[in-house]
Design a protein around this ligand. Structure first.
Ligand SMILES: [Fe+2]
Ligand SMILES: [Fe+2]
Length: 293
């Protein structure tokens, strides 16, 4: 029986972009690279956003239990909700636009294009460009009525102790798994260095999209998609004890991807219409004609 959350608990953020905006405050662009685009990073200390983001993490850390994730996986990894051509999915995702905050009126398509265009400009392989272009497609979960804290937010392993290096670690006190002996030891239900493929992550847009495209993209792309919100690992190294040698190798790609996700916002937005033929070809090269959600 699905637990229903109160309206207020479903949407603690003004819109889901507030999470990514907050990430840029937590992980600012290195000073050496800050010269241009500085403008973009003002206003983020806005105290109102600090409060909503805090509340967002309170809910996220309380409700993302091993059991909750298992239920969400059962519910969504059947991919029986909707089937649509890729570009319809983009348009669908774009209905997530929220103009309530003029500071972040960037629509989803613009964030995807700015990420992928920055990757393309650096001369990376086309599957890397495509990864940038699709990496947040999983946010369509929001349009299926899912609570914001079950779509975006830093991800972390469930089934073992929550690291102090996860943002707002004190909120894990309210997570029943913290009291559960099966789940609250260093390794919990896992073996040392078992490999992340054996580790269940908190539920969100990353795992959802990974499962959707896992048969179509090269492995580095899949790591980037699956773990791009796993800041406690790719920025803090908090779960080295669960990673395999292979994960460590692959996380070099996750590291490579992250700056494009966080810092690719440009003052003059890419021309979505002009770029569409290029991206249509790229999508067609790797992905099936329609996607199952
Ligand atoms: Fe994302
Ligand atoms: Fe993103």
């Amino acid at each position: 029986m699905e637990k229903q959350f109160k309206e207020k608990e479903n949407a603690p953020l003004g819109n889901i972009e507030e999470w990514e905006e907050d990430l840029k405050v937590r992980y600012p662009k290195p000073k050496s690279e800050q010269a241009k685009g500085r403008e973009d990073y003002r206003n983020y200390h806005d105290s109102e956003r600090v409060d909503t983001v805090r509340e967002f993490y309170r809910l996220n850390h309380q409700y993302q239990t091993y059991d909750f994730v298992s239920r969400k996986r059962d519910e969504f990894l059947k991919f029986d909700k909707k089937e649509m051509p890729f570009w319809d999915a983009i348009n669908y995702l774009n209905t997530l636009v929220d103009d309530s905050d003029p500071d972040i009126s960037l629509d989803q398509l613009q964030h995807l294009l700015q990420t992928s265009e920055a990757i393309r400009a650096d001369g990376h392989p086309d599957w890397f460009v495509l990864t940038g272009f699709i990496h947040d497609m999983g946010k369509v979960l929001c349009l299926f009525g899912e609570p914001q804290w079950a779509v975006v937010g830093d991800t972390f392993p469930v089934g073992c102790r929550h690291s102090e290096k996860i943002v707002y670690p004190e909120f894990f006190q309210n997570n029943p798994d913290s009291e559960n002996e099966q789940f609250n030891s260093k390794y919990g239900v896992y073996e040392p260095n078992t490999g992340l493929d054996n580790v269940m992550m908190s539920w969100g847009h990353d795992e959802y999209l990974y499962q959707m495209v896992k048969d179509y993209l090269p492995e580095p792309a899949l790591y980037m998609i699956r773990y791009h919100s796993f800041y406690a690992q790719h920025r803090e190294g908090a779960y080295d004890h669960l990673l395999s040698e292979h994960d460590r190798e692959m996380f070099k790609w996750v590291d490579k991807f992250n700056p494009y996700d966080l810092y690719s916002k440009v003052p003059v937005p890419p021309d979505a219409k002009a770029l569409r033929p290029y991206y249509e070809d790229l999508v067609a090269k790797y992905l099936p004609a329609t996607m199952k959600f």
